[in-house]
Write a protein that binds this ligand. Structure first.
Ligand SMILES: Nc1ncnc2c1ncn2[C@@H]1O[C@H](COP(=O)(O)OP(=O)(O)OP(=O)(O)O)[C@@H](O)[C@H]1O
Length: 440
């Protein structure tokens, strides 16, 4: 080491593997070793005030550790702001930061990171019991509740816990859309055997968003056999759904009863105290200092979805890091307004409807748009047009343009569907399930 630059390069290399690429690029890459003072004080030059605040607050410990490891003695750090370059050059520029550059605050979906309250403690306890004793406690465990309340979190927590205690276990986690797509591909490419082996060899199967099984007959058939094989062999199955099994209308009875064999646990929106605790925990995980009144303000305004609570905390963190604005009620009002706007019901797109109907009828979305006339594709096309009309309220003309069909064809298709639905209970349920699924 013969120069400040060498030392600094080594320090940066030390830090590089220990922080995310984005954080390294924004907060560490441009640090400059300016001088030594006394015996152990290092003066670090930072390019601007954002990096100054961030590097000093978050990375001082890591940087000290790096210097100690490279120089062999403990150091203290002093950060100084680089003087603006006379030509207004690089040193004077603020980095172009956006939220993607910020540490994401990603944390593991563990039991430890799950905040309990009256609305979720039963599901939490059931998940813990299953994780502690796979196949011994409740099989299957069926967790249901509205979006954004922690079902996926619990499924992952079970996975992590079992992995820790049984490193040799083959744990398969899949969401139902993926399972459905894989079933369709396996049928089309004649690779059913490999597909079956993958799922039927699981020691633990965790399947998320099972409501998407609704109406998909071949996937239900496949899942039925997977379920039976695993259950008969004493393997643990955990299922998450946005509604109870009995409300998934076009689900075969034999599956519905199986889902109810074990334990069913629901999750409801959290009460005020739990929401405050969640907001505080999320802030803590981001190292954000959040006053109580702000945490309570957020909890008072966002009640239905924990993802929204997280969104608000992340926004406040971004304001703080990017603009230096401390969290307070005033800025929270803006952050919450954004979150509320962001979380307006997502407009249902035609593509979403098309994909969901295609999966249900086991055809390709392009077939529905295309000219094929076989019975299954025609039925799928009629269903698609009907649901687009119901869900989006698009005019018949616009639907016609979308499918390159004339207006009278659309009118006829929708009318036929309306009549069929009146007569055919199964079709009616299938249609209602598809509509629910495209709205989630
Ligand atoms: N009790 C809780 N404690 C801490 N974080 C929670 C809790 N419940 C939910 N979360 C967080 O809220 C976010 C949304 O949760 P999750 O994805 O598990 O919801 P979900 O019920 O599976 O929703 P969806 O049905 O939309 O998939 C996650 O980041 C999760 O960690």
């Amino acid at each position: 080491m013969d120069s400040f630059n060498d030392v600094m390069d080594a320090v940066k290399a030390y830090c590089k593997g220990r922080v995310s690429d984005a954080s390294y690029r924004v907060f560490i890459q441009d640090l400059n070793l300016l001088n030594f003072e006394g015996t152990n004080i290092i003066i670090l030059e930072v390019p601007n005030d954002v990096v100054m605040r961030f590097a000093a607050a978050r990375y001082a410990d890591l940087l000290k550790e790096a210097f100690a490891s490279i120089l062999g003695f403990e150091v203290e750090l002093k950060f100084v702001l680089a003087a603006p370059a006379p030509d207004g050059g690089k040193a004077a520029e603020k980095p172009k930061l956006d939220e993607n550059d910020l540490p994401s605050g990603r944390y593991e979906f563990t039991f430890e990171n799950f905040i309990k309250g009256p609305s979720n403690q039963f599901a939490f306890a059931a998940a813990q019991a299953v994780a502690a004793n796979p196949s011994g406690a409740y099989n299957p465990l069926f967790i249901y509740g509205p979006s954004g309340l922690g079902k996926t979190h619990l499924l992952n927590a079970i996975k992590i816990e079992i992995q820790k205690n049984h490193p040799d276990f083959n744990i398969v986690y899949v969401d139902c859309e993926k399972f459905t797509n894989e079933t369709i591909t396996a049928i089309k490419t004649a690779t059913m055997e490999q597909f079956r082996q993958r799922y039927r060899k699981a020691d633990v199967l965790l399947i998320d968003d099972i409501q998407f099984l609704a109406g998909k007959e071949s996937t239900q058939e496949e899942f039925f056999h997977t379920f039976n094989t695993l259950h008969n062999d004493g393997r643990q199955i955990v299922i998450a759904s946005d509604r109870p099994a009995k409300e998934i209308k076009s689900l075969e009875e034999r599956l519905r009863t199986r889902f109810e064999w074990g334990l069913t646990a629901d999750i409801q929106p959290p009460d005020f105290e739990t929401r405050v605790a969640i907001v505080k925990r999320k802030a803590e995980l981001l190292n954000l200092d959040l006053p109580n009144d702000v945490a309570e303000y957020i909890a008072n305004h966002l009640k239905q979805n924990i993802r929204q609570l997280e969104g608000a905390v992340k926004k406040l963190n971004a304001y703080y890091l990017l603009e230096g604005i401390e969290p307070c009620i005033g800025v929270t009002t803006t952050a919450i307004k954004d979150t509320l706007n962001d979380s307006q019901p997502i407009p249902v797109t035609i593509e979403k409807i098309l994909n969901e109907v295609a999966r249900t009828y086991n055809v390709m979305p392009s077939d529905i748009r295309g000219k094929k006339r076989n019975a299954n594709v025609s039925a799928a096309r009629q269903m698609t047009m009907y649901i687009i009309r119901e869900v989006t309220g698009m005019s018949m003309e616009a639907i016609g343009q979308e499918f390159q069909r004339d207006h009278s064809t659309v009118v006829y298709s929708i009318k036929t569907m309306e009549e069929n639905i009146k007569r055919d209970q199964h079709l009616k349920e299938m249609c209602s399930d598809i509509m629910k699924n495209v709205r989630t």
